[in-house]
Design a protein around this ligand. Sequence first.
Ligand code: ADP
Ligand code: MG
Length: 606
Amino acid sequence: MRSLLRLLGSTRQLTPYYVGILLSSVLITATALSVPFIIKAATDRIVEVVGSGGHTGADVRAILWLAVALLAVDLTNTLVSNVGGYWGDLAAARMRRILSSRYYEKLLALPQRYFDTELTGTIINRLSRNIAETTQFLNAFANNFLPTLMTTLAVLVISAWYSWPLALLLITIFPLYLWLTALTSTRWQKLEGEKNTQYDIAGGRFAEVIGQIKVVKSFGREESELRAFDERYARTIRTTHHQSRYWHGMDALRRGALNVVFFGVYAIIFVQTVRHVFSVGEMVLLIQLVNLARQPVTMMSYLIDSAQRAIAGSKDYWTVMEEVPEQVALEAPRSGGAADGSPMAAPSGSAPVPPDVPAVEFVDARFGYVEDPDVLQDVDLTIRQGERVALVGESGGGKTTLISLLLGLYRLREGELRVLGQDTQRMSLAELRSRFGVVFQDASLFSGTVRENIAYGHPEATDAEVEAVARRANAHAFIQRFEDGYETVVGERGLKLSGGQKQRIAIARALLKDAPILVLDEATSALDTRSERAVQAGLAELMEGRTSIIIAHRLSTISTVDRIITLKDGRIDEVGTPAELSRTGGLYAQLLELQESGEAAHRKRL
Ligand code: ADP
Ligand code: MG
């Protein structure tokens, strides 16, 4: 409940809507309550006229006027309900927008670690459920529950005027209802949580399967994926079975108790009328009032159900909202909107760095994804500005991890990392990341056009700029051959392109960012040798004088770098120029020999 109130409190900007909804609820209540009084007046008049044995024209007119009053009241009620409903819908839509954006903002600011452990589908599933259930409840509350609740309260007051035992009896309903509900709530919430966990797991797998449908198809796993999915839902049925049986059992109890209370109420009204304590008109009035009070009470079952879902949803919402965002440096300059160090923070203007300051400096760095083992240890590495360095090592040696650390995707466990002379612990992440142009190992693109993808880091780039970087990445030629050229839509994650095409667009994207340090993580691994050479030639010119860190699969393509660093089991193994290292007979020389003999054998076979 607290989480739900907190959610309302956090949407203060919707106050005008809340006030509007409140006002319309008051009007709806007032009009709904007028009806019994008009009917009472009519009944009194009719009883009188019928009792007198004759009637006058004035009697008929008076009765008709009362009917007109009923019409007026009903029309007002209709109008106000709909206006209120409209406000309710708008408030819910706005709330949905506010909560969704906040949730998204929060997610975007969460550390890489969060996304390493949570499945995409799960995250999305949770977002839509939490927010849908909260806003749906608030909408139902505004449209249905609030007016009826007010009506019930008014009925209590009015019935107290006529008969206090009656009012007292009616009043017992509320504590009884709430008590019975509170009794069931904890267990219900627990089962709801279990169910949602299953939905989230199923949703996570679902998104993964659809995203990698090719693998599923080629391994013929459609049926087993479907079965696993269905099994998750089967579990939710078991939980729903318990949850619903429990809920409806308690609801029957609640409403049964209520039926007994209403029996007492009706009995009092009937008996008191027979005893001439109430007139027939008053009896008609009271019966209508009591019926008005019945309505919200039955609606309450539905509402409590929906409220409990909303409470579960809002709790989940706050759990995500309270996740710790990516750590921002304590003394980081907080430029506009960077309150939590979100990646959207604008980089602060950077002063030119003296050329003798190293571009990258790892000092005694140690890192592991989990408590144990360390993936990188004793990393001491200095890369000068303008230097071109290649990272070499066997797969799993920690090359990509080193890049992730540079980008501040993870924090060092020990040691220091300085980028262009600044301690990364004292920089905002946005600032840090503005120093790098990166091509990741899995050159992921977005589902837009080629142009949009290249301009991703620099959307205001001109067509000429986009084309220039595409040429350098050796991508212009193949883009030109597409029917729509730069406007070609690449499909989800770029799936309509070949691996090599994707990589070249990713290289162009990194080049356009024009950051001081260029990082290529196996950026040309999916290219054939000829294209790779062409890309490298384009890059060589670009890397001239620019700090570049390259991880290359084919060692022949990095023979021109200034220095090679080999990583072995998470430690720096060798450092030297390509020529030096090929002579020492270490890891680099071994890998080189393996590749060269492989290539030679390949050539021989041809
Ligand atoms: P390389 O790029 O040199 O092939 P990586 O840096 O990708 O190697 O991986 C180094 C080690 O860290 C591997 O043993 C890998 O299993 C592990 N690793 C990589 N990424 C993660 C991650 N997100 N969570 C946990 N372990 C990881
Ligand atoms: Mg790697």
